[in-house]
Ligand binder design. Structure first.
Ligand code: ATP
Length: 233
């Protein structure tokens, strides 16, 4: 029986070396689109660790529907048993907004030489210039951009220039330097979104086969996405 647990990140300074993937998101709820992307990146980029980092209070988005505790529990259950998948709840433990640049600075302080790979979807990458201190991100980590349907890499503007200066198609570059490269990688497209899942569950339909069974059980039992009755006055 495997003794590896996915829910606790390896201790700082523990024996894991090689690039750490950092997969942030609201995970409201986590689904197979997230998990398949993370898994394919682990395999393709030879990442010994993919750290799921649920956002606490994302600056650009509405508050989450499920509580921090439930989202964290769903991420833990979803990633359990997959070697290399770990969960880090540091952003949820912060009271204010959690900016990627601050999270990466914390990780960099804990892992001074280890390559860090921040995973972003192409849609998020295209919005990068609106991120807090976005130009500092590459001094702290690599960016790994996972394609989603309908998105093309920018060839002009600040992101186009950044790609010319920092882009690479060589996996080895992500292992050699601790930060500073942009790697674009196509992943299997699963047309699942958390927004659609919440609507589906709210409409009383069953999310079976769109997420791990353990996640489905938690969200159905908690009723966190069930349609709320509007109180009549
Ligand atoms: P929502 O619909 O609420 O916006 P989401 O699933 O797109 O939810 P997050 O949970 O914040 O949003 O996503 C975390 C990361 O996972 C983002 O980088 C996003 O681009 C990526 N992602 C989301 N859905 C998929 C999918 N089906 N396939 C691949 N990547 C995905």
């Amino acid at each position: 029986m495997s003794t590896s647990r996915s829910s606790a990140p390896p201790r700082a300074g523990a024996a894991v070396s090689g690039p750490m993937g950092i997969f942030g998101g609201t995970f409201d709820p986590i689904h197979y689109g997230h998990l398949r992307t993370a898994f394919e990146l682990v395999q393709a980029l030879h990442l010994p660790e993919m750290r799921f980092m649920p956002a606490g209070n994302p600056p650009h988005r509405d508050p989450t529907v499920a509580s921090n505790e439930l989202r964290l529990e769903m991420v833990r259950v979803a990633t359990e048993g997959q070697p290399g998948f770990t969960v880090d709840d540091r952003e949820m433990r912060k009271s204010g907004p959690s900016y990627s640049v601050e999270t990466l600075a914390e990780l960099r302080a804990e892992f001074p030489a280890r390559p860090l790979c921040l995973i972003v979807g192409m849609d998020a990458f295209l919005g990068l210039p609106s991120w807090h201190q976005w130009r500092d991100l590459l001094s702290l980590a690599h960016l790994v951009v996972a394609h989603r349907p309908g998105w093309r890499a920018p060839s002009m503007g600040p992101l186009g220039e950044m790609l010319v200066d920092h882009g690479t198609g060589t996996v080895g570059d992500l292992h050699e330097a601790p930060a500073g490269r942009i790697f674009i990688h196509a992943v299997t497209q699963l047309e699942i979104s958390s927004t659609d899942l919440r609507a589906l569950i709210g409409a009383g339909r069953d999310p079976r086969y769109l997420m791990p069974e353990g996640v489905r059980r938690i969200l159905l039992e908690s009723g966190c996405y069930a349609r709320k009755e509007v109180a009549r006055g």
